[in-house]
Write a protein that binds this ligand. Structure first.
Ligand code: GLN
Length: 498
């Protein structure tokens, strides 16, 4: 079973169902790949061989009994470490939760397991999902499988890297301002941030509750669509009041032609300083691919999008401040020993439990929500949020999806960006989508001519048009994509050169 990393999720599930190989063989192949590659990549915070082999054995036993297997039968999957899974720790890559054992399983994780997936472990991330490089993890860095001296992006860097390195077939991440699409772009894999509410967030540690959304990474659009079928379904999750009914088969129209449909491009975004020539060239190629397939390109305007980062860095820290207040060193999490008062214990536990970026966000949130300040920042930020949402509504009256960059540039070196505001700018093309709750997807388009690193394009769609987004992503993949590829150092294969 040496070649499980060359197989799609559907091929693995079909192979297990047909008895070509067992789920146990696939799980062992994934564990072997992790064993071999993890020294270089460090995508995982915790590998869970026991859970994996138990789940695989259960899948194999179900087959023996003649039971119908799920659509992800035997598919090796990894979960970002802000998702609870009984039998694993959920640390959010923070010292604060270093020893925290999950006491229940997140709905998104459970849905993947119910579909037959094999849980291989929990992946590294920026601490509490604050960041764009996975460098703020308390435990260790994760290396980009295409160049181990470079970051995998973040905050779901471990999930993106594990898929890019062929350690697992699918992984889950969370995206509050770009944390699925940005690392997907930097690691050369497909990453979908579904519409806000499409996937339940029950059991996912909250960062910005009006922005957070869970979504899948895969090495092809079809793998991501298959994962979406598992993650969503008819009926809301009663455990997440923001979750919505999503009775869609994401595979059904995946191969439909896009002839006669319209793709919006946003000229003002292409003028943004910092957009590299390579990413610009990738966008040109994506545009030509859509035209080749008979889609019409129209120019649309998102006049307020340039204020998205400013609005986000008011709203997100305010929500983070409120969500992270529960880590008080009393009920759970790191507790400083030997304190004589509650105030001393809380303050010392928080001072030692949180890293620098997590403290920066919370202090920012505390300040922005303080009396006499919030009306100067928080209210205007919410007004900007409404304006950006309206811009998108207008734009989608003229096009089916919008084509834009996912990231300004390819993967950067460790330590290269030390100024936090520069790091925040990594998400200049992804954040607006979280602000208005729409779906967005990053599709790999091969390797940049100069850097030799993955380049990509992003597609954004109206709320609850994630099926259509996948259809357009599939069209892009068909015409210009470089998907299905495992990073070259590990499998001796490279992507198509741009
Ligand atoms: N990089 C952004 C931030 O640090 C987005 C993070 C995310 O989507 N979780 O806030």
């Amino acid at each position: 079973m040496a070649n499980f990393d060359a197989m799609s999720a559907a091929q693995i599930a079909a192979g297990v169902a047909n008895g070509d190989f067992t789920a146990t063989e696939v799980a062992k192949a994934s564990l072997d790949a992790i064993d071999k590659r993890e020294g270089d990549v460090q995508a995982f915070l915790q590998v869970s061989p026991e859970l994996a082999l138990d789940a695989a054995a259960a899948t194999d036993a179900a087959r023996e009994k003649g039971e119908k297997l799920g659509p992800l039968a035997g598919v090796p999957v990894a979960f970002k470490d802000n998702m609870h899974l009984v039998g694993t720790r959920t640390t959010c890559a923070s010292r604060m939760l270093e020893n925290y054992e999950s006491v229940f399983t997140a709905t998104c994780v459970k849905r993947m397991l119910d579909a037959g997936a094999t849980p291989m472990g929990k992946t590294n991330m920026d601490e509490f999902a604050f960041g764009s490089s996975t460098e703020t993890s308390y435990f260790h860095r994760t290396n980009n499988p295409w160049d181990t001296e470079r970051v995998p992006g973040g905050s779901s860097g471990g999930s993106a890297a594990a898929v890019a390195a062929g350690e697992v077939t699918i992984s889950l991440g969370s995206d509050t301002g770009g944390s699925i699409r940005q690392p997907a772009s930097l690691c050369g894999v497909v990453g979908l941030k579904p519409t806000y509410g499409a996937v339940s967030r029950y059991g996912v540690v909250a960062f910005g509750s009006s922005l957070d959304q869970v979504g899948p990474f895969g090495r092809s659009v079809a793998d991501v669509a298959l994962a979406m079928n598992a993650l969503t379904g008819p009926g809301r999750d009663p455990l997440d009041s923001t979750s919505q009914d999503c009775p869609v088969d994401f595979l059904e129209h995946l191969e439909d032609p896009i002839e006669g449909k319209t793709v919006g491009v946003v000229p003002e975004l292409m003028d943004i300083a910092g957009l590299s020539d390579e990413e610009r060239a990738a966008l040109d190629r994506a545009r030509a691919t859509f035209e080749d397939q008979g889609a019409k390109i129209v120019e649309v305007s998102l006049p307020n999008i340039k204020s998205a980062i400013a609005a986000y860095y008011v709203i997100a820290p305010c929500e983070a401040f409120s969500n992270l207040a529960r880590f008080d060193g009393v009920r759970y999490g790191y507790q400083e020993p030997g304190c004589s008062t509650l105030a001393e214990q809380t303050s010392k536990s928080r001072a030692k439990g949180f890293g620098e970026e997590a403290k920066r966000r919370q202090m920012l949130g505390a300040y922005l929500l303080s009396s006499g300040v919030y009306d100067k920042y928080y209210y205007p930020a919410q007004q900007v949020r409404t304006l950006i949402t309206q811009d998108y509504v207008h734009a989608f009256e003229q096009c089916d999806v919008i084509l834009m960059p996912a990231t300004p540039r390819t993967a950067f070196k460790f330590g290269e960006i030390s100024d936090p505001t520069q790091m925040y700018a990594s998400d200049m093309f992804t954040i607006s989508n979280n602000i208005c709750g729409n779906g967005g997807i990053s599709v790999p388009l091969g390797l940049g001519k100069d850097s030799g690193l993955p380049v990509s394009a992003q597609l954004q769609g109206p709320a609850f048009s994630d099926r259509k987004l996948l259809q357009f992503a599939r069209a892009l993949e068909r015409g210009a994509g470089a998907t299905g590829v495992v990073a070259p150092d590990f499998a001796g294969k490279g992507g198509e050169l741009a």
